[in-house]
Structures are given as C-alpha cells and as structure tokens.
Design a protein around this ligand. Sequence first.
Ligand SMILES: C[S@@+](CC[C@H](N)C(=O)[O-])C[C@H]1O[C@@H](n2cnc3c(N)ncnc32)[C@H](O)[C@@H]1O
Ligand SMILES: [Zn+2]
Length: 169
Amino acid sequence: MIQLSYRSLKTEVRESKIHGRGLFAKADIAQGEIVVVKGGHIVDRETLGREITPHLGPVEIQIDDNLFITPVNAAERELSMLYSNHSCDPNLGLRGEITFVAMREIRAGEELTHDWAMTDDDDYSAECNCGANSCRKVLTGKDWQKPELQRKYAGYFSAYLARKISKQS
Ligand SMILES: C[S@@+](CC[C@H](N)C(=O)[O-])C[C@H]1O[C@@H](n2cnc3c(N)ncnc32)[C@H](O)[C@@H]1O
Ligand SMILES: [Zn+2]
C-alpha cells in the first residue's frame, strides 16, 4: 500500500509516554533532515468538523487559516498519520506547511515531536502531558502569538504563520 504521508526510514511508531502512540527516531537524525511530510486531502474547517474529526479523531495538520490536510476515511487514516505528539520542548519544526525537519541533532531513541504552536491558529485549549521542564501545561490554538515562542521557533513556523508573524512586527 502506498503511504499518503512520508515517514523517514529512520523513524518508527511505538507507545509514547506523552500520549498513545508516538513517532521515535531509530537512528541519529541530522539537523535540517526531513523527518516526515504530511499527506492527505485539503479540506476547510467546516468540512473537517463535520466529516472528519467525528469519525477519525485528530488526524489533520492545519496548513492555512481555513485549510487542513487530512485523511478522509478510515482506510486512509493509518496511511496519513504522522504520530508526532506535541511537546513544549520539540525537536521537529516546519519547512513550508507539511514538511517537518529536525531542528537540532536528534539521537536514536528520542521521541520526535513538534509544538502545535508551530502549526495551529485555532480556538482550542488543551492540557499538555509532554513532561518537558518548560511545559506550558495548557496549550491554546493561539500560542503562536506568544512572543517567547515566536523567538524560540523563528524559522520553524508553518509558512502561513510565519507570514502572519512577519506582518505583525
Ligand atoms: C495526531 S494525534 C498524535 C498521535 C497519538 N498519540 C495517537 O496515538 O494517535 C494527536 C493527539 O494526541 C494527543 N496528544 C499529543 N500530544 C499530546 C500532549 N503533549 N499532551 C496531551 N495529549 C497529546 C492528543 O489527544 C491529540 O489530539
Ligand atoms: Zn507541554
């Protein structure tokens, strides 16, 4: 079966202390290396909420104000899932809107995570279980607006958020 998303051969999916299954490095990964690329269909927020999330759960990545890339049925779910959990101390960042690269050298065995602040502009609030010393405890869909995160993730925000941030300043 041809995958919808790309996952580097240096990754594997297994149980995570953060949540459910997570994505892990099974070999060292160099800074800047492509780790995963999200694939799927492009849908708007209304379609996502009506047709996708109730059946498949959280499977999408936001790629613009009103656009998401997502599997659209159960058969596609596994072919599209990245399994990258959220961390407040992540090792992956965005190049463009769907490509996740290593923000630093990553060692075999590390869980591969991104920060939802890098991709999301939304209205949710959620408890975080990432376990990082710097954990924010409560995540919101507006975390991209936090100046300290804008500094921390400069160069690694989804392109549509990077454009908003540069318009602000
Ligand atoms: C796309 S899934 C990631 C894969 C997921 N662990 C699984 O086994 O399907 C995203 C979901 O994982 C959970 N999750 C990921 N990171 C989390 C975190 N830091 N704290 C709490 N829940 C998290 C949330 O339920 C979120 O909606
Ligand atoms: Zn956290």
